[in-house]
Write a protein that binds this ligand. Structure first.
Ligand code: AKG
Ligand code: FE2
Length: 348
């Protein structure tokens, strides 16, 4: 199946093929336009986690916990990742998508855990309606991989994933504190020195009928935290209290969403956020999602210390190895929170 970039670049394309018409098949609620009160989306000042007075640190940890609990989403400012590096990684990803088809197709998805995968939609083997999106997915940790071209890709990606890991590590330390867990407990339980980090570049070309097409359907991410940056073109929506909200990123901020492993580890206190990507007819949108999870070999389960501290509450999720969890998520249709629902325990 060829990529949507080629389709979108056909000179006379005025309408989308019917197998891209997502909104003709779904219920009315989902088509209600998203509201625009993004003003209230939580903002976390990262610099306060690292270099503030003890009082300020307590405050930011509390804010972080609240953002995870109430929204599963926040904008991170003063994160310390240089703006130039963010621009470079966006530019080089764009260059990758502009390579000739044959060159990109050598990375065509064969197995869902292949270290470098290029493809379109989410999982065309399982889909009847396709998403208006091409992707490049690269496993960058514990082992680093990168396509050969563009030649500068590797250096830029290596630096960007290292810097992202440092940010995520600090966020997890903060989240851990907000859950009342002792220092180092979460890092050890999830084996974060071998954190599974996956870089996902999303390419959403201009779409002649954006009201009918969808970039990515409602879903939650599989890991702990996903860091998302974009090329200045908006399109992400998150769900809050059943309503879709447009996210307009502050300049130089990083958008952070909580993933399924954080929901599981926190025994449901911090629920993974439902989000989707819309498309537009004006500009190509590129978003880069860096998914950060436990070690692929980690058996993820609700934190024992947390269950204990809450009066020996029962775990609400069954343990599952993270590698297997990713495999299940990637090999099926991307569909809301069906993956985390599989491991949820319903106590009578
Ligand atoms: O493009 C976006 O805004 C969202 C991307 C996303 O949700 C993902 O890659 O998991
Ligand atoms: Fe996502």
């Amino acid at each position: 199946m060829s990529c949507v970039k080629v389709l979108a670049e056909l000179p006379d394309l005025k309408s989308i093929p019917s197998n891209y018409a997502y909104f003709s098949n779904i219920t009315k609620e989902d088509t209600i336009p998203a509201s625009d009160f993004e003003i209230s989306i939580p903002i976390i000042d990262f610099s306060l986690l690292t270099s503030a007075t003890p009082h300020e640190q307590i405050q930011v940890v509390e804010n972080l916990g609240k953002a995870c609990e109430d929204w599963g989403f926040f904008m991170l400012v003063n994160h310390g990742i240089p703006e130039t590096l963010m621009k470079e990684i966006i530019d080089v990803s764009n260059e990758f998508f502009n390579l000739p088809e044959e060159e990109k197709m050598q990375y065509e998805t064969k197995h869902v855990l292949d270290p470098i995968r290029f493809g379109t939609s989410f999982n065309t083997k399982k889909e009847e309606v396709f998403f208006w999106r091409d992707y490049l997915k690269i496993i960058v940790h514990p082992d680093f991989h990168c396509p050969k071209n563009p030649q500068v890709f590797s250096d830029i990606l290596l630096e960007y994933c290292k810097r992202s890991r440092e940010v995520v590590r600090k966020l997890i330390e903060g989240v851990s504190k907000s859950l009342g867990l002792e220092q180092g407990y979460t890092e050890k339980s999830l084996d974060l020195d071998s954190t599974m980090q996956i870089f996902v570049a999303n390419y959403y070309p201009r779409c002649p009928q954006p009201e009918l097409a969808m970039g990515l359907p409602p879903h939650s991410d599989h890991g702990l935290f996903t860091l998302l940056i974009q090329n200045g073109v908006a399109g992400l929506q998150i769900q809050k209290d059943g309503k879709w909200i447009n996210v307009n990123a502050l300049p130089n901020s990083i958008l952070v969403n909580t993933g399924d492993q954080l929901e599981i580890f926190s025994n449901g206190k911090y629920k993974s956020v439902l989000h989707r990507a819309t498309v537009n007819h004006r500009k190509t949108r590129i978003s880069l999602a860096m998914a950060n999870g436990p070690s692929p070999e980690n058996m993820v389960r609700p934190a024992a210390k947390l269950l204990e501290s809450e009066g020996n509450v029962l775990p609400a999720y069954t343990p599952m190895k993270y590698r297997e969890y990713i495999q299940v998520q990637q090999a099926n249709k991307l569909n809301a929170k069906t993956c985390v629902d599989r491991v949820k325990i319903r106590h009578e």
